[in-house]
Design a protein around this ligand. Structure first.
Ligand code: GAL
Length: 341
């Protein structure tokens, strides 16, 4: 047995011993295949994130339009579709996904709306606020030229919407593009976003109701040009996987570790290993799902494998993360983890 095969066998054993929900690798579903919902339609939830609430997983993501076109007059490869709002799928087992509809609908009539189809709605994430009982969505809002650089917020009484769009802002007066949300175990919410021309990440503590910024924020990975942040916490450490900035084209991922969400964050290196790990398996990070019931053991990272010339046909790659102290490893496997029912 080769060293790599031994390592893989060891990690499979470790995964099954830790045994949250991700137990092994299924053979029937391959990374990057067309993943379908329970109606047999391709899942259209890109740049997405997962909320686990009352025993159900909710997957929110960008609903891409049928036609991909290039924004005119822009010198970089600004491929896009009309903004189709935010789609939601629900599942009990992270495997069978029921389409719950477009839970944040684009505003078709109002041409000046942030969520008009001519705008950009990307990387939506939802967290539940324990004190207000509301589901709060934040997302990157931009214009066709990507120079609006704001975050939008929407709210709902139910995880499956409808979400009511409230407004967009430049959090703490700074640009906001690729973003994620993180809810800590004390119930606090954080908005993490690429800012300052995508050169530096900002970490902003949300207000108690999650609908605005608290005014407390810090900067991370200054001048390192990172985007696509995906954060999780294990034991005493917070981990953040990011991509470099090369639009829809893949690049090498990096991860950073911190003992406080506000930093300081220490860059460690590429968390991916195996085939095409220098290109993040031709993917870009979007979210980390804590998979075991108490969120303490197994983690699965969600990646997008973008198809820039036909964005709706972008695919998904989900891989278990192995955590060892301050280090993480995301080994390639062509099979999607199988989740226990
Ligand atoms: C990526 C970003 C995507 C999207 C794309 C546009 O770098 O992560 O969310 O904004 O650029 O080209």
């Amino acid at each position: 047995m080769t060293f790599t095969a031994m390592k893989l066998k060891k990690s499979l054993l470790l995964i099954s011993v830790l045994c949250g929900v991700a137990t092994a690798f299924a053979s029937e579903l391959k990374q990057g295949d067309v993943w379908t919902d329970t109606d047999g339609n391709p899942i259209n939830a890109h740049g997405g994130g997962i909320l686990f609430h009352n025993g159900t997983y909710y997957w929110y993501g960008e609903s891409k339009g049928e036609n991909t076109y290039r924004s005119p007059g822009i010198d970089w490869e600004c491929f896009r579709t009309d903004a189709g709002g935010v789609g939601c799928y629900s599942s009990k087992n992270l495997k069978d996904w029921k389409f719950e509809g477009i839970v944040l609908k684009p505003e078709i009539e109002n041409t000046r709306s942030d969520i008009h189809p001519t705008m950009v709605i990307e990387r939506p994430k939802v967290i539940y606020n324990d004190s207000t009982g509301k589901f709060v969505m934040w997302m990157h809002i931009d214009n066709a030229a990507y120079n609006y650089a704001r975050c939008g917020v929407a709210v709902s009484d139910s995880p499956v919407g409808p979400f009511v769009y409230l407004r967009s802002e430049r959090p703490n007066g700074s640009e906001c593009r690729d973003m994620t949300l993180f809810k800590d175990i004390d119930g606090s919410g954080y908005l993490i976003y690429s800012s300052e021309g995508n050169s530096t990440l900002h970490i902003s503590k949300l207000s108690d109701d999650f609908l605005s910024q608290s005014g407390v924020y810090s900067v991370a990975l200054k001048n390192q040009s990172r985007e696509a942040p995906a954060i999780f916490k294990h034991g005493d450490f917070y981990f953040m996987v990011t991509s470099g900035c090369s639009g829809w084209s893949p690049n090498e991922a990096e991860y950073a570790v911190a003992s406080s969400i506000m930093g300081p964050w220490k860059t460690v290196g590429n968390p991916c290993s195996g085939k095409d790990s220098d290109k993040t398996f031709y993917c870009q990070s979007t979210y980390v799902i804590p998979v075991s019931e108490d969120g303490s053991e197994d983690y699965v990272i969600m990646f997008d494998r973008w198809n820039k010339s036909n964005l709706i046909d972008s695919r998904y790659v989900w891989l278990p993360i192995k955590v060892d102290g301050e280090n993480i490893d995301i080994p390639w496997n062509e099979n999607v983890p199988s989740f226990k029912d």
